[in-house]
Design a binder for this molecule. Structure first.
Ligand SMILES: Cc1ncc(COP(=O)(O)O)c(C=O)c1O
Length: 411
């Protein structure tokens, strides 16, 4: 039938209308910033940092996460950096990190003169798991960084058991997983620190760049604040700056935007989840070309995007051709999340010749990274973009595209 002809072969794309943009910012963010401007003009002084807006944002964010302490910083990369810095890791110790992550989730380890040890993913996942982390523990291990990739929680409860057994601190990298949870408890609250990115592409943001760090105790909170702001003696009386640290502060404008955005976060998540449910109801799980990846027990996905696995054995085409045809149907996808294997990048190559790996104080051996599960998942999966502005019309069109490809490509 003509209407089923693939767009890549000259047919009409299934998504034949412009996709609605996120509508991420509105009058609320504008009003927050204008309020600060008005105050500044009235007072004659520019807004700064560590002020009322950040204080309010941190309380609101901690409360959103279920209670505890939060601090605003200036990027997701620095949220990981500051959390690790607060842990005072011995130089040249090893820090285990999940395999699929942004460079900003692994480079802070190296910036602190520590050695990243990349743990494989659980089979069929982008996230690492308890067994994969435990296999990487050596007497030199000082900490574990667990990214929750794409909004899908890692099996954090099992990982925390391993961490406790080996008395290791955990930094949860929640840059892609705001509001995701396991058994109703939000990610970022299981570990020693939860590190969040609030850059503009995330579920909620603090403007162009931003970040936040969560901790469960006041002691950890003050340690983290000292690590975020040149060692200022937060929580200590009668001291001058107590440790060397850089300035990773969030500013008041960012905090004001983040406050307005945080109010929208539950809706953003609910709408994304509803969109995925619409696709499931239309039958995406019954298509022969696709498997919906499983989540750890009790996990709630918040869909920064939706990772879908291709049943390549059932297909007449390879992943490249499938994704090219799907993109031609107008479905927004990222076919290959290869940039999320930072240990394949140039900076990580020949590392035995580079600092900190080549320092004689590092007592381990630099060996090739082996993450067959992560590579397999990257090679079999594509990322379906999900936005909170999409509804039934988009779900119909996306499903139609996927069904067309199923009809055309399944053996
Ligand atoms: C898992 C992960 N960690 C860290 C970062 C770094 O965050 P930022 O870009 O805000 O520095 C990102 C950014 O997307 C990320 O996805």
């Amino acid at each position: 039938m003509k209407k089923d002809k693939l767009a890549i072969n000259g047919g009409t794309p299934a998504v034949n209308f412009p996709l609605k943009p996120r509508g991420h910012f509105g009058e609320e963010e504008q009003a927050s910033v204008l309020r600060l401007f008005s105050q500044a003009i009235r007072s004659g002084y520019a807004p700064g940092y560590n002020g009322k807006e950040e204080d309010a944002f941190c309380k609101e964010f901690a409360s959103y996460l279920g209670g505890g302490y939060a601090d605003g910083v200036n990027s997701g990369t620095n949220s990981v950096f500051v959390a690790l810095h607060a842990l005072d890791l011995p130089p040249f110790s090893e820090v285990i990190v999940g395999p699929v992550t942004d460079p900003g989730g692994i480079m802070p380890i190296v910036m602190l003169n520590c050695i990243p040890v990349v743990a494989d993913a659980e089979p069929g996942s982008f996230n690492t798991g308890a067994a994969q982390v435990e296999a990487c523990i050596t007497p030199r291990t000082s900490a574990i960084v667990i990214p929750h990739i794409g909004g899908a929680p890692a099996d954090i409860k099992a990982i925390m058991k391993v961490a406790k057994k080996h008395k290791l601190p955990v930094v949860e990298d929640c840059a892609q997983a705001h509001g995701a949870s396991v058994d109703g408890k939000k990610v970022g609250t299981f570990g020693t620190y939860g590190a969040f990115s609030l850059m503009f592409g995330k579920h909620f943001c603090a403007g162009g760049q931003g970040g936040a760090i969560f901790s469960n105790t006041e002691d950890l909170y003050f340690k983290e604040r000292r690590a975020a702001d040149r060692g200022k003696p937060f929580g200590m009386d009668g001291h001058t700056n107590v440790r060397a640290a850089i300035n990773c502060n969030m500013d008041e404008f960012g905090a004001a935007i983040a406050r307005a955005q945080l109010k929208k976060l539950p809706q953003i998540i609910a709408k994304r989840q509803a969109f995925v449910q619409m696709l499931i109801r239309r039958g995406i799980g019954n298509l022969k070309s696709i498997t919906i990846p499983k989540l750890p027990k009790g996990a709630e996905h918040t869909y920064w995007w939706w990772r879908l696995e291709l049943n390549l054995e059932n297909l007449k085409v390879d992943k490249f051709e499938y994704c090219k045809a799907l993109a031609a149907e107008g479905v927004p996808i990222n076919p290959h999340y290869i940039g999320a294997l930072p240990w394949k990048q140039e900076w990580f190559q020949n590392r035995e010749k580079k600092h900190p790996w080549n320092n004689p104080l590092y007592k381990g051996k630099v060996t090739p990274v082996k993450c067959p599960n992560a590579e397999e998942a990257i090679n079999r999966c594509f990322l379906l973009m999900v936005e909170e502005s999409w509804g039934a019309k988009e779900a119909d069109a996306f499903y139609k595209a996927l069904a067309k490809l199923d009809a055309a490509f399944v053996k």
